[in-house]
Design a protein around this ligand. Structure first.
Ligand code: GLN
Length: 333
């Protein structure tokens, strides 16, 4: 038996296409119809501004790597990005400081614990965690290039906007609300400081992290941001290269390990895809080479993951044939 000669990473990519446009459009509409009636959970309340979210809102958008959009429901309803910022910050950071440095300083292993766990920092060797949970994301924010908070903020805002393909703005009400109720994240940053795992003033790094979580996006924006991660780091509409393909590939690996916190294993079992959730009800799913799915639906399960978002991702992963682990025998037996 012969095998292909080893080549560069771009020779070894996930291939295939989404089904035809009509089929995708119908399945997106079907997912919306099917999961709109689901109503047995509550919106997040620990950030006061998020408690006002409309539990009936349900938007979804699939963006292909070719830049086609398939939408249903409230796909242009703005909401704060929250934890969905984490993979994009990590991607921009790896691009700026090198992924080996980022990995050595932040860690990339699953914590198996809730997103705001203090125990995760204490339990892991040398204070390492994972950039998909708060401790790792606050540490990642501290490493962002720039000597001042404003310089760091400029890097974050500009980088996220390049992923979205439009200028993003902070939702000031959500930012102010979370700043006023942010003791736990400040505690995590203080613990990181004690362990010498933070590289900027801990309060200022937490403030920047909170500001980035308050960036206002829509499901359509997030689908395009996810499609950028599915497209080797090139934004499908603007054509801009936001990050290198290899960094993109590694960011998706880190999303798989902890994108849905302590339920990342269940998520992977159900969808077979990298995903990330946020406490405002957003969720992204990335299918390398094919596209990105984003949903917005505020009611959450106990781990802080959107209930309709998970149902939609599972349904569309199956029906659109996205699961990275699914295969059939080569010959019919
Ligand atoms: N800003 C939120 C926090 O740090 C983000 C958490 C989330 O979306 N899971 O608590």
């Amino acid at each position: 038996m012969t095998t292909d000669a080893p080549g560069s990473v771009t020779d070894w990519v996930s291939t295939g296409h989404l089904p035809g446009e009509e089929a995708v459009r119908e399945l997106v509409a079907e997912a919306h119809r099917r999961f709109s009636p689901v109503q047995d959970c509550e919106v997040a309340r620990y950030i006061p501004a998020l408690a006002a979210a409309n539990p009936g809102h349900f938007g979804l958008c699939v963006a292909s790597t070719g830049g086609l959009l398939f939408e249903a429901g409230e796909s242009t309803q703005p909401f704060s990005i929250q934890s969905l910022s984490k993979p994009f910050l990590f991607a921009l950071l790896c691009q700026a400081i090198g992924e080996d440095v980022a990995r050595a300083r932040l860690g990339v292993n699953s914590t198996g614990l809730p997103f705001n766990s203090v125990l995760a920092v204490e339990r892991s060797g040398e204070g390492l965690s994972n950039p998909m949970v708060n401790a790792g994301a606050i540490a990642a924010t501290s490493l962002v290039p720039g000597d001042t908070a404003e310089a760091k903020w400029h890097f974050i805002e500009e980088g996220f906007s390049r992923f979205a393909g439009r200028q993003l703005q902070v939702d000031q009400a959500v930012y102010a609300s979370e700043i006023a109720s942010n003791r736990r994240n400040l505690g995590i940053a203080t613990l990181l400081e004690e362990q010498q795992r933070i590289w900027f003033d801990p309060d200022a790094a937490t403030d920047l992290y909170t500001r980035q979580c308050a960036l206002s996006v829509t499901a359509r924006d997030l689908a395009l941001m996810a499609a950028t991660l599915a497209n080797g780091g090139c934004q499908p509409c603007s054509g801009e290269r936001v990050i290198e393909p290899l960094i993109c590939q590694h960011v998706l690996a880190v999303m798989v390990t902890a994108g849905l916190y302590e339920t990342s294993g269940d998520w992977l079992y159900d969808t077979g895809l990298p995903g990330k959730s946020g406490v405002s009800g957003g969720m992204i799913t990335v299918c390398p080479g094919k596209g990105g799915l984003a949903t917005y639906s505020p009611p959450l399960d106990e781990s802080g993951n959107s209930v309709r978002g998970q149902l939609t991702a599972r349904f569309l992963s199956e029906r659109l044939g996205l699961n990275l682990f699914a295969s059939r025998p080569l010959a019919p037996f």
